[in-house]
Ligand binder design. Structure first.
Ligand SMILES: [Zn+2]
Length: 235
């Protein structure tokens, strides 16, 4: 004859196994691995963008300096030219000024080339920066999308777990504490299955057959235990 406590214990095991399955599903969502990858990709994209930003800042500083130098050269060239056009200098002074203007023109040309080269570099970097920012935005969107999928699934799973925990809280008080301890111990070492019903002479836990003599042996302990797997046996 089946003891009411064992029947409750079977119910408890059903609930516990459902909770186990829900927890497995919670931790085994493929989106979790995808999220970890998306998170790493977003962090990498931000690092790449920061490197481009630093390069861009450095070029902008160089450009600022080069434009300042060019402006100074233009001012000096203007002054020298004005002085040359104004005349009133000795032949030697005039020759000296003429050479100075030529030198300043050469310097100005080199400075202009430098500014143009830096402008090109800055434009290339500015484009790279814009691409990097788009990359960060796209990686972030993927990460956020996965986060929402996971959160939503977890909300559902946690709600289901909550319901099962509620059911479990109703069953547990009906089971004698010693039996409950045995059940918890067995569950730890036997893949969550501590108790099985004997059906057609087979243990519901390990599915091995018990002969009539073995069934008799099993029934002699309280609670009855399978002679093969030592799980609690319900006749
Ligand atoms: Zn068994």
């Amino acid at each position: 004859m089946e003891m009411p406590a064992l029947s409750d214990l079977l119910d408890l095991q059903d609930v516990d196994l459902e909770i186990d399955r829900l927890i497995d599903r919670r931790q085994g969502m493929p989106e979790l691995e995808q999220y970890r990858e998306a998170n790493a990709a977003r962090i990498q994209a931000e690092a790449d963008r920061d490197a481009v930003a630093a390069e861009l800042r450095s070029i902008e500083l160089d450009l600022d300096k080069a434009e300042g130098e060019l402006e100074i050269l233009e001012t000096r060239l203007n002054e020298s030219e004005t002085r040359l056009f104004a005349g009133g200098m000795s032949a030697k002074e005039t020759e000296h000024k003429r050479l100075e203007v030529r030198s300043l023109e050469g310097q100005k040309e080199a400075s202009e080339e430098r500014v143009l080269a830096l402008l090109d570099q800055r434009d290339v970097l500015a484009e790279k920066m814009s691409a990097s920012q788009q990359m960060v935005a796209s990686k972030r969107a993927r990460e956020t999308g996965l986060e929402e999928v996971i959160k939503s699934a977890w909300r559902d799973i946690d709600r289901d777990i909550g319901r099962k925990e509620g059911r479990k809280a109703e069953i547990v008080p009906t089971i004698p504490p010693d039996l409950l301890d045995l059940y918890e111990q067995l569950r730890k070492t036997k893949q969550g299955v501590a108790i099985g019903r004997l059906e057609h002479g087979n243990c519901g836990g390990c599915h091995l057959a018990l002969s009539a003599a073995e069934q008799k042996d099993a029934a002699e302990t309280d609670p009855a235990r399978c002679v093969h797997c030592r799980r609690i046996l319900v006749f």
